[in-house]
Ligand binder design. Structure first.
Ligand SMILES: *[C@@H]1O[C@H](CO)[C@@H](O)[C@H](O)[C@H]1NC(C)=O
Ligand SMILES: *[C@@H]1O[C@H](CO)[C@@H](O)[C@H](O)[C@H]1NC(C)=O
Ligand SMILES: *[C@@H]1O[C@H](CO)[C@@H](O)[C@H](O)[C@H]1NC(C)=O
Ligand SMILES: *[C@@H]1O[C@H](CO)[C@@H](O)[C@H](O)[C@H]1NC(C)=O
Ligand SMILES: *[C@@H]1O[C@H](CO)[C@@H](O)[C@H](O)[C@H]1NC(C)=O
Length: 446
């Protein structure tokens, strides 16, 4: 039975006979704090405590002997994972940290959108979203500002045209939307810019290569877009840079395609990117390849593979170099840059060889300083085509698509997006790593 206290009062059970309890005057505590039971209860408590101690001792001995039966010859705690001696496995002590809890749902389901964090807001841009007047999900021009403190949502100035599966970047109070597909599913080359403070959109320019599902990031005011698919759904490796400073009152901004020496090392659509300290990271995605072992006309899935590879681009040198791959390959996931030189990815699409559109729960965090990916607390609800925002120590995951089109009569993927939002408290933790030798034959025979 619960005991209730008035605001500001603290329980002060100074002795076992409950002399203090009357003054709280709400629910009387029953059981061992009652006057009549004082002595008997002392005995019961003693017996219970002894029992707990004995059980704890037995469990403790058992656990110790279990650990000993794993012949771990050596374990080391270090702050730099690259110093692991040969033969040791590296384990981050931050593995599995985090806790996702529900936040206010979006008004309507939304997938294939971009989410941009700005002050305490998340801007939900375009995507495939439910249109109440049409009673179905459509490619959308809608822009919603989601207040992470109050859960309030406001419709902002819409995109000039409906877009989904575009690349986006944020720079100097502007949001850039590059390429993507329109409401006829045609691949586009348009570049739009949204002035956050003025709440207005401008047609900024045109890409040299129309591309959908590309990834984008901004460094030093310049906006980079790379990868994606062409109109035939062949993945691209080319890189373009759009310079907003080249726009004049009479001419749009110039987008330049960089030479082949600046191409991604791996062509990738459905990729994601962020910039940290002037370096752009292109993460995961899906690569088209000429699979001569299978008939891709019969099943297009055979000619695409999900990537875990990660590449970093230095705009000063114009070349990409590989970084540590993600733990799980994925395409079409949520991404956000976090303070302290980290990247978080959440959800994403995977396949089983014959079917794609399988939504993932997995969340990973990349630590730039240590070039390592660490598994974090998984999403409570699997999703792909989702996106993330980071506000005041919390990571928000917005919408996306659940697993879809895996059964013949299942609803089409573009009509089953989620409107749920989850928030993860971004727990800071010491960057410590345990180096250990994997358990030997003793463990597998146990
Ligand atoms: C909206 O569409 C769903 C199925 O697509 C249908 O079941 C429902 O009756 C429709 N609602 C209205 C108000 O037309
Ligand atoms: C957007 O707002 C800014 C600042 O008020 C203004 O300079 C600009 O002309 C506006 N652009 C459009 C397309 O309305
Ligand atoms: C795929 O490879 C086969 C065999 O090398 C070749 O004949 C075919 O033209 C290739 N297809 C494409 C689309 O590149
Ligand atoms: C590949 O699949 C298509 C469509 O199912 C079929 O028409 C074609 O004959 C197949 N090609 C081969 C080489 O089996
Ligand atoms: C992949 O999943 C689908 C849907 O569950 C199933 O029908 C198919 O047989 C699976 N393919 C393989 C290779 O397991």
């Amino acid at each position: 039975m619960a005991t209730y206290y008035k605001e500001g009062e603290q329980p002060q059970f100074s002795n076992m006979d409950g002399a203090q309890e009357a003054q709280y005057g709400t629910t009387r505590r029953s059981g061992c704090l009652g006057k009549a039971f004082g002595t008997a209860c002392a005995v019961i408590y003693f017996v219970l405590l002894t029992a707990v101690a004995v059980i704890a001792f037995i469990l403790g001995s058992y656990a110790t002997s279990k650990v000993r039966s794993f012949s771990v010859p050596d374990a080391i705690l270090m702050s730099d994972p690259s110093t692991a001696p040969a033969g040791y496995t590296v384990f981050s002590l931050g593995t599995g940290l985090g806790y996702w809890s529900p936040s206010t749902d979006m008004l309507h389901q939304r997938s294939d959108h971009g989410v941009i964090s700005y002050q305490k807001y998340a801007y939900l841009v375009g995507g495939m979203s439910f249109n109440p007047s049409a009673n179905k999900s459509e490619v959308s021009a809608s822009v919603v500002r989601y207040d992470t403190e109050t859960g309030q949502m406001y419709e902002m100035a819409p995109l000039p045209f409906a877009r989904y599966r575009f690349a986006y970047a944020q720079s100097k109070g502007n949001i850039y939307v590059l390429g993507g597909a329109d409401n006829t599913d045609a691949t586009t080359n348009t570049v739009f810019v949204y002035n956050i403070a003025a709440n207005n959109w401008t047609m900024m320019g045109k890409l040299n290569t129309p591309r959908t599902d590309a990834c984008g990031a901004a460094v030093n005011g310049k906006v980079y877009v790379f990868g994606g698919y062409d109109a035939n759904y062949v993945s691209l490796s080319s890189v373009e840079v759009c310079d907003p400073a080249t726009a004049t009152s009479s001419a749009p901004a110039v987008c330049t395609q960089l030479p082949a020496s600046s191409d991604l090392k791996v062509s990738r659509g459905d990729c994601r990117a962020v910039a940290i300290d002037g370096i752009i990271y292109a993460v995961g995605g899906v690569e088209w390849y000429n699979n001569t072992q299978q008939n891709c006309t019969a099943n297009w899935v055979f000619c695409y593979r999900f990537l875990n590879s990660v590449e970093a681009f230095n705009p000063a040198t114009g070349v990409w170099s590989f970084r540590a791959p993600m733990i799980s390959p994925r395409g079409d996931f949520g991404i956000e840059a976090l303070p302290g030189g980290r990247i978080i990815v959440a959800g994403g699409e995977k396949g089983n060889g014959t079917n794609n559109a399988m939504a993932m729960y997995d969340v990973e965090e990349y630590i730039v300083e240590h070039n390592i990916w660490v598994q974090k607390a998984p999403l409570p609800q699997a999703r792909f085509r989702d996106d993330l925002a980071y506000v005041a120590g919390r990571v928000y995951a917005f919408g996306g698509t659940p697993s879809c089109e895996l059964v013949p009569d299942g609803p089409p993927c573009n009509q089953v997006a989620l409107k749920t939002v989850f928030a993860m408290f971004d727990v800071q933790y010491p960057r410590l790593y345990a180096f250990f030798k994997a358990a030997t034959a003793t463990a597998s025979s146990a």
